[in-house]
Design a protein around this ligand. Structure first.
Ligand code: TYM
Length: 332
């Protein structure tokens, strides 16, 4: 089976539905036909300040949501990044073949560092994409299913793999990003030209997987639309309604034109009520399952430990090859 790798940061108590629609739904489908590795990337999360106790909790919560959303830890390898030390080790080696300017061109870094200011921006935030490249390359990955915002990082990963291979000989498989065009970017419900994000300033436009379903339904009802009053996809002129249509279609597996037809001649109130029901139906069971899993953290930790052992074996082989290739003396 070809190999798949992807991951998410444990940066909040709950995932938001952009994570779910843009990534998790693809993961769930693709795990059937790929040898899939999914990590909770805690080492990435600490590139911005974290409360240590809360980080541990968020890491478990993220893993529980993967499983609740349908990732099967007996079929896929679902583990915590820091449990496999090879990630940090390969990141160091890769940083030595990454250009300073090349890393500086990453738009996510430029956005974040301009928001935080240079003293609050850690060097770890700068080398973040190199660690992400290490995640992917350790597993000889064929495809990386992600949302649109991670595309540039996967492109960098490809460049680093090719550069390393041409300098030291064939070592890494060169991975392909897989981005589902229609759902690659889910927008904030209150600010439908900005990406929905776990770190949004206001919570009003973010749908959380673990929120009380009635709370999410209310947020849908309050979503920003426009004054035209017709349920029609038009990204440019109707970003709010278009975003809701994309979410509706993704969660039901229906086509957008069919949904437009269903709501033709009806107001936004009806449309939002319909979507609110869909959201409640989809997330209610996921939430319940996640809370069940979190009620037994010891069992969850055991599952994560067993999967980390599987990951470590694969990662260790690549890392040993890399150490040899770059000329590090073997410890006998
Ligand atoms: P993160 O934790 O920000 O997001 C996890 C996944 O969710 C996608 N996503 C979205 N998709 C659509 N609409 C949105 N509004 C939206 N918001 C987030 C992201 O594109 C991502 O696929 N650097 C990565 C984590 C990572 C990783 C990796 C991913 C670390 N190592 C190796 C793949 C392979 C990140 O911060 O994702």
């Amino acid at each position: 089976k070809p190999r798949l790798y992807s991951g998410m940061q444990p940066s909040a108590d709950s995932l938001q539905i952009g994570n779910y629609i843009g990534a998790l739904m693809q993961w769930r489908d693709l795990q059937q036909s790929y040898d899939a590795f999914f990590s909770v990337v805690d080492l990435h999360a600490i590139t911005v300040a974290q409360d240590p106790e809360h980080l541990r909790e968020k890491t478990r919560r993220t893993a529980a949501q993967y499983i609740a959303a349908g990732i099967e830890p007996s079929k896929s390898t679902l583990y915590v990044q820091s449990h496999v030390p090879a990630h940090a080790e390969l990141a160091w080696i890769l940083s030595t073949v990454t250009g300073f300017g090349e890393a500086g061109r990453m738009t996510q870094f430029k956005d974040k560092s301009s928001r935080y200011g240079s003293d609050a921006t850690s060097v770890g935030l700068f080398t973040y994409p190199v660690l992400m490249a290490a995640d992917i390359l350790l597993y000889q990955t064929d495809i990386v299913p992600v949302g649109d915002d991670q595309k540039q990082h996967v492109e960098l990963t490809r460049d680093l793999a090719e550069r390393f291979n041409s300098r030291f000989g064939q070592t890494f498989r060169v991975p392909m990003p897989v981005i589902q065009q229609e759902t690659a970017r889910i927008y904030d419900l209150q600010n439908p030209t900005a990406k929905m994000s776990k770190s949004a300033e206001s919570d009003a436009g973010v749908l959380w997987l673990l929120d009380e379903p009635s709370k999410s339904a209310k947020k849908v009802m309050r979503a920003v639309t426009d004054s035209e009053g017709s349920v029609r996809y038009d990204r440019e002129n109707k970003p709010g309604v278009s975003n809701l249509l994309v979410i509706y279609a993704a969660l039901t597996g229906r086509q957008i034109p069919a949904i437009e037809d269903e709501y033709a001649g009806r107001g936004y109130g009806d449309f939002k009520k319909g979507l609110a029901e869909v959201v409640v139906e989809e997330f209610g069971p996921v939430r319940e399952r996640a809370l069940e899993l979190l009620a037994d953290p010891a069992e969850l930790d055991r599952v994560l430990a067993a999967n980390a052992a599987k990951a470590e074996e694969v990662a260790g082989r690549t890392l040993a090859d890399v150490y040899d290739k770059v000329g590090l003396l073997r410890r006998v």
